[in-house]
Design a protein around this ligand. Structure first.
Ligand SMILES: [Zn+2]
Length: 317
């Protein structure tokens, strides 16, 4: 049976009808409104539009922030305040006429990579996504780890530097504050000021530097831009080394927009993992680039919706 996955992001809502083998049959996108009523309306509209003409057994919403699975609610979402506290299942099920579940977006993307992507041959996967923030998810023995309340797997908010920069979550020195796309841009602006003669420094005098500028300049050979990505990779690797020690995964997959930089970040990350994690976990874990790109969220959500309805996915609450 096909299922519908919905990825509710800070700026857009993507909904897709997906086959059991992970093929997208239809897809729609809507902007993400910033008020609760219009948010519910647009999610319902996206689901109805994409599902039109298809049979689907269920819907799963991949949502940003910390969720309380027993209530199908998001309790904390710094990048999408409008979704906080909304009774998503109660509001949406009557409008769409299908069973609906709610999952954290990092967990859903991890499930997507596990089912259809880089982790499809593994039983033990750690997935980290480097975007504006850092999301993630953990699969152990083929089961998505959700924790007691459904808010587990928040890999971006482990502290890697106690006195480090402030994170969007309010804590200091989270992995997210040191290795996300936003952290790359922040670090790039700092080193551009220190190195005004570099390509990065010259660009900074004309306009605000973005994460993709850093990757482009690093590929063109700018040593300063390269050093920004290497430092990001070192912080990422410090976080990944802990995940390797804790979860003993076969695959550590890294995705998200910042993975445009690929090996320019991962090489330094692998070095840290090999120095800081312990055998035998260290020798097993392969740090790889995720393969589904931005589709991991809708694909994972659809697979979760199907697994929930078939009873394969008997987890959490
Ligand atoms: Zn944090």
């Amino acid at each position: 049976m096909n299922a519908i996955g919905v990825d509710v992001g800070g700026t857009k809502i993507a909904a897709a009808v997906v086959t059991p083998r992970g093929r997208i049959l239809d897809e729609v996108r809507y902007p993400t409104p910033q008020t609760p009523e219009t948010l519910i309306k647009n999610i319902a509209r996206a689901v109805k539009e994409v599902g039109d003409g298809h049979e689907a057994g269920g819907v799963c919403l991949a949502v940003p922030g910390l969720i309380l699975a027993s209530e199908n609610k998001v309790v904390f979402s710094p990048n999408l305040r409008a979704i906080e506290g909304l009774p998503l299942k109660d509001e949406l099920e009557p409008r769409i006429g299908l069973p609906l579940t709610v999952e954290n977006d990092g967990n859903a993307a991890a499930w997507g990579e596990f089912r259809f992507g880089v982790g499809s041959e593994a039983d033990h996967l750690v997935f980290v996504t480097l975007g504006t923030g850092i999301g993630g998810g953990v699969i152990t023995h083929g089961v998505l780890m959700r924790g007691a309340q459904g808010s587990g797997g928040e890999l971006g908010h482990v502290t890697v530097q106690a006195t480090g920069p402030r994170c969007a979550c309010g804590n200091d020195g989270c992995l997210e504050a040191l290795a996300s796309g936003s952290a790359i841009a922040r670090r790039a602006r700092e080193v551009a000021i220190e190195n005004p003669g570099s390509a990065l420094g010259r660009l900074a005098t004309n306009r605000q530097i973005l994460g993709e500028d850093v990757t482009r300049l690093a590929r063109e050979g700018d040593g300063v831009a390269l050093s920004v990505l290497e430092e990001t990779g070192r912080w990422l690797g410090i976080g990944l080394a802990s995940f390797v020690n804790i979860f003993n995964p076969e695959v550590v997959a890294v995705g998200g927009g910042a993975m445009e930089a690929g090996e320019l970040i991962l090489e330094a990350a692998r070095r840290e993992v090999s120095q800081r994690s312990r055998p035998p976990s260290r020798d097993l874990a392969e740090v790889q680039i995720a393969t589904l790109g931005p589709k991991s969220g809708v694909l994972g959500a659809a697979a979760l919706a199907r697994d929930a309805s078939s009873g394969e996915y008997l987890l959490g609450t």
